[in-house]
Design a binder for this molecule. Structure first.
Ligand code: ZN
Ligand code: ZN
Length: 157
């Protein structure tokens, strides 16, 4: 079994695999991770069906296909993730390479849970300032990114 492309250090079959296969993501962060994994695996059906209905028609499938084919995906960093009821926010960095250039995509994305399924609603690219809510995690608690490390040794550094 290979570790999941999303960087969780869990096997793909136990991490993003089931979500890509159609199971509901347990959290907004898990959905975000699975969408990144879908880019890596060129599985744009998953990306498209996890868009909120109101933005689905804005999704340029052809453009997205071209983008995922040209990019060399390197790493996903979840910077912050929070949830309140059926609303979630995930701020993340995607590291990738295109045309020999090292690039980063920094986004604060909003998610909504509808009928038990998390959906991507919108994203602010290169967000400024602090998000409204921050997950509070003790330094010695397990990191919320799912890495299995202590927070201080992982995303809390
Ligand atoms: Zn994963
Ligand atoms: Zn972490």
């Amino acid at each position: 079994m290979s570790s999941c492309p999303c960087g969780s250090s869990r096997p793909f079959e136990e991490c993003c695999g089931p979500i890509l296969a159609g199971e509901p993501a347990p959290s907004a962060e898990a959905l975000m991770r699975s969408r990144y994994t879908a880019f890596v695996r060129h599985d744009l059906d998953h990306v498209e069906r996890t868009h909120a209905p109101e933005i689905r028609e804005d999704f340029n499938r052809a453009e997205a296909e071209r983008m995922v084919a040209e990019a060399e995906w390197q790493r996903l960093d979840i910077l912050r993730a929070s949830e309140e009821g059926d609303a979630g926010q995930v701020e993340f960095l995607i590291h990738f390479r295109r045309d020999g250039q090292e690039l980063r995509h920094h986004e604060r994305a909003s998610f909504r849970r509808e009928d038990g399924r998390w959906l991507y609603v919108s994203g602010e690219i290169n967000p400024k300032g602090e998000p409204r809510r921050v997950v509070k995690v003790g330094r010695n608690e397990p990191c919320p990114c799912g890495s299995g490390k202590k927070y201080k040794a992982c995303c809390g550094r």
